[in-house]
Ligand binder design. Structure first.
Ligand code: AMP
Length: 214
């Protein structure tokens, strides 16, 4: 099954995507994680992306399209995948359609996590992640077993630079103007599954599993 996760920053895409891919045994392809790794490693890609990411702005379509094209070539992606954080613009969605058509594949479901704007700033402020393995946490809704420490590899958790309040505002502006129109784009293709993202993580996962029938 080939899946796309849509939703504003802070909707819980990463958390839900991780749970679902573990259940379905398919790779989670997160453009945000790939870009953050490139920034941490100081590669050419990382150098190009860092300033935009830190400012809460989107990286260019050409860069992320090329990343996804490479990810889809990985053998693990042949049996299905979950795209987390891509597409984020209508041109990216069109590029994805073309990538799929070239491989005689299609996107089976687009999960749209819906959370009202007021709740998002709070959620982002409490968000932490593991700088080593990328596992997402939230101080209230998805805390690690030991405060501030990753359950998987005992690394101290960090807050992303773009989760600071002024960057969060910029990311929400980017979302409204560039990403929200994707809901209409996918409605015309009848693959969109709206999910109430205001509930507890466990309840949200149940809704997703039910909507996909997995
Ligand atoms: P995320 O972890 O998905 O919130 O992504 C973090 C940041 O990476 C975003 O704010 C963008 O700067 C960049 N990014 C991730 N995915 C994309 C994408 N599909 N298009 C453009 N920029 C992206």
């Amino acid at each position: 099954m080939n899946l796309v996760f849509l939703g504003p920053p802070g909707a819980g895409k990463g958390t839900q995507a991780t749970r679902l891919t573990e259940r379905m045994k398919i790779p989670q392809l997160s453009t945000g994680d790939i870009l953050r790794r490139a920034v941490a490693e100081g590669t050419d890609l990382g150098k190009k992306a860092k300033e935009l990411m830190d400012a809460g702005k989107l990286v260019s379509d050409d860069i992320v399209n090329a990343i996804v094209e490479l990810e889809l070539m990985r053998p693990e992606a042949k049996g299905g995948f979950l795209l987390d954080g891509f597409p984020r613009t209508v041109p990216q969605a069109k590029a994805l359609d073309e990538m799929m058509a070239r491989r005689s594949m299609k996107i089976d479901h687009v999960i749209s996590l819906e959370v009202p704007a007021e709740a998002l700033v709070d959620r982002l402020a409490g968000r932490r992640s593991c700088p080593k393995c990328g596992t997402p946490y939230h101080v209230k809704s998805a805390p690690p077993r030991q405060p501030g420490i990753c359950d998987k590899d005992n690394t101290p958790l960090v807050q992303r630079p773009d989760d600071q309040p002024d960057r969060v505002r910029q990311r929400l502006i980017e979302y409204e103007s560039k990403t929200a129109p994707l809901n209409d784009y996918y409605k015309t293709k009848a693959v969109i599954r709206p999910i109430d993202g205001t509930k507890e993580p466990e309840a949200i996962q149940k809704q997703i599993v039910k909507a996909l029938g997995v």
